[in-house]
Design a protein around this ligand. Structure first.
Ligand code: PMV
Length: 370
């Protein structure tokens, strides 16, 4: 019997991946860049056991057993349209690819496996759960089958952004140009310790499952948005170099400007999609306003928001303004629940229904600083 356990954190993109040029191989139309958070608050955990006594493969996701029908493997690999459980399809494909890359003389290679995966945060709520989940699965399988070397390309096949969670720190996913997808891999550009003062706050506006998953949303955008092509061809190539430089130089003002512009452009594309896929809600927009008020008051960008395919805000900021900004958030959005915190990453749930809009409007930041 052999057992491995892996833990993988979520990553929060500052240059968003949105749109594929190859649906099957999950090849993106643009480069993207993210920071992988520490594993303390939001992460996925996967344990895999293999034993000669197991009669069939088993899979549990967040405590619920999922049907894991191996007979489908052949169909999965040949069918062009995925009209069944996408997660199981990806899981079977990933196992197949990891085994293909390992040493085929491993004594336990043909034993059945039992996989137990869980996220310690809401799944499919636009909180990058699939990225952490797939990165964790691939990492655990690679450990089980003793693979060294590139695995981000396999993680990419689960969910595109998962390839970035395979590495810690600041990570760039190069879109690549080859049709085989071999060069569409993630590469770290700087370690987490490169910018030790950087913090991320996750403001949980709503943790329900989102209406349109990212796969459906981005496919519709590629089919119907005219803005998406402009972004991938004329904006991202320069923008990604600029943010790369800002990160390497630890230039927060520039980093924040690019991060917010890219989040806004991504959501503009969602709105330009027909019919539109709206992910942000009124609370999300209230957070955007708050951040701009705060930065204006500070006369420089001290805080940056970014929103994935959901209403929840991810706030990048430096340790020096963390307490002040948090107290303002608590003031504007009362009734905060527990603040989960450590010194690298903090999560803060908000109550969606209670926003003091009038306070937002005449916000006197000087008072709040006291
Ligand atoms: O990897 P997916 O298919 O879950 O898509 C992720 C898309 C965004 O989260 C919106 C952007 C990103 O780069 O993470």
């Amino acid at each position: 019997m052999k057992i491995v356990t892996a833990v993988a954190p979520v990553n929060i993109a500052v240059i968003k991946y949105w749109g594929k040029r190859d649906e099957k191989l999950i090849l993106p139309i643009n480069d993207s860049l993210s920071a992988t958070l520490s594993t303390d608050v939001m992460c996925a955990k996967t344990t895999i056991l293999t034993s000669p006594d197991l009669k069939e493969n088993k899979f549990w996701l967040n405590g619920k057993e999922q049907s894991f029908d191996n007979v489908r493997l052949k169909n999965c690999l040949t069918e062009s349209k995925l009209n069944y459980n996408k997660y199981i399809f990806a899981l079977i494909l990933i196992i197949f690819l990891v085994k293909k890359r390992c040493n085929s003389t491993l004594p336990y290679i043909n034993w059945k496996i039992a996989i137990c995966s869980e996220n310690n945060f809401p799944t499919a709520a636009g909180l990058a759960s699939s990225a952490a989940g797939y990165a964790c699965l691939v990492y655990a399988l690679a450990a089980l089958y003793e693979i060294d070397g590139e695995i981000s390309d396999i993680a990419r096949l689960g969910s595109g952004s998962a390839c970035r969670s395979v590495y810690g720190g600041w990570v760039r996913w190069q879109k690549g140009i080859l049709s085989s997808g071999e060069d569409s891999i993630a590469r770290p550009i700087a370690s987490a310790s490169h910018w030790p003062e950087m913090r991320v706050l996750v403001l949980v506006v709503n943790d329900n499952q989102k209406k349109y998953g990212s796969t459906i949303g981005m496919n519709h955008s590629v089919e119907t948005s005219t803005l998406i092509r402009y972004r991938s061809e004329s904006v991202i190539p320069q923008r990604i170099e600029e943010i790369n430089k800002a990160i390497l130089e630890r230039n927060f003002h520039k980093f924040a400007e690019i991060t917010m512009k890219d989040s806004n452009q991504f959501h503009a594309i969602c709105l330009d999609t027909y019919p539109p896929c709206i992910y942000m809600n009124d609370v999300s927009h209230a957070i955007v306003n708050l951040v701009h008020h705060y930065n204006t008051y500070k006369e420089e960008n001290k805080v940056a928001y970014t929103f994935d395919a959901g209403p929840n805000a991810c706030i990048y900021l430096l340790e020096s303004v963390l307490q002040e900004f948090l107290s303002i958030v608590n003031y504007i959005f009362p009734k905060p629940m527990d603040i989960k915190a450590n010194d690298y990453f903090k999560g803060l749930p908000l109550d969606q229904t209670i926003i003091k809009k009038e306070l937002m409007d005449d916000l006197n930041l000087t008072q709040n600083n006291e």
